[in-house]
Ligand binder design. Sequence first.
Ligand code: SF4
Length: 323
Amino acid sequence: MSRIVLDVRGLKTYFYTYEGVVKAVDGVSFSIREGEFFGLVGETGCGKSVTALSVMRLVDPPGRIVGGEVLLDGIDILKLSEKEMQGVRGRKISMIFQDPMASLSPLMKIGEQIAEVLRKSSKEVSRERILDLLKLVRMPSPERVIDSYPFELSGGMRQRAMIAMMLSAKPRLLIADEPTTALDVTTQAQILNLLKEMKRELKLSLWLITHDLGVVAELCDRSCVMYAGRIVECGTIREIFREPLHPYTRGLLEAIPKVHLKVDRLATIPGTVPDLIDPPSGCRFHPRCPYASYRCIESLPEAVSFTPTHIVFCHLYSGGIKA
Ligand code: SF4
């Protein structure tokens, strides 16, 4: 089995607001191996992006990491100084966002922006090297793009330019936060194919953050489902999609429209995402769960393992029996 690149253990990130303490990430644990594509999936506001920003140590006040460990190649990066952390960001862990325009400078040509990142990790910065990177991400017309400003490119080309920039530092881990959400369906498929090719060619480790289970099924080897600041189920893609255990995972999968089924109404999960200043006691999903019992209201479910990879946090399985 390949080495673990990132090991997140019991991570807690809280926001100290005037209204109260928002427990956005509350004891999250997972790991990502070399060459693995890992998906963290959940509804908007469940804490997946805050988890990634915590790993990058980019949480702004009033947010604060209050507990846990983040081991990158065995070293707890939560203990590094800010100066040491600057050497980690971009070089060891890179991050691409939903809107590449938010990360690209509108005033610099694409080639200059890639050169700036390259200079941090290598003395050899040439036009040929930048063109090679643009060709690596299958950029159409790289000779033109290298001298273009971001506003002259389409959304898909800007995302390719961002991926080229992030790969230029040869990071140990690439974090992609909703990388295809802002793109049309055709461009989305092209970017997903590109990431698959990068996996094959570069043995890239990727942490994908998304609300889209379809993208996870298409791209990832393994996934964890997050709800209200906590992980509720983890497994291989086959385990999550063929044998979902947690009622929330099942609800998410049932809510995906199926083209071969004619239905009057799409399935939904009743209720709304809880307020994380005053989250529900016990299992945070209990107000929306059709199987909730007093036990669910009173106590937090422990992890139950069905296989070395398939883990669920739900009282339905505390005897190790599948419902
Ligand atoms: Fe539902 Fe209880 Fe399981 Fe939570 S612990 S998902 S409330 S059955």
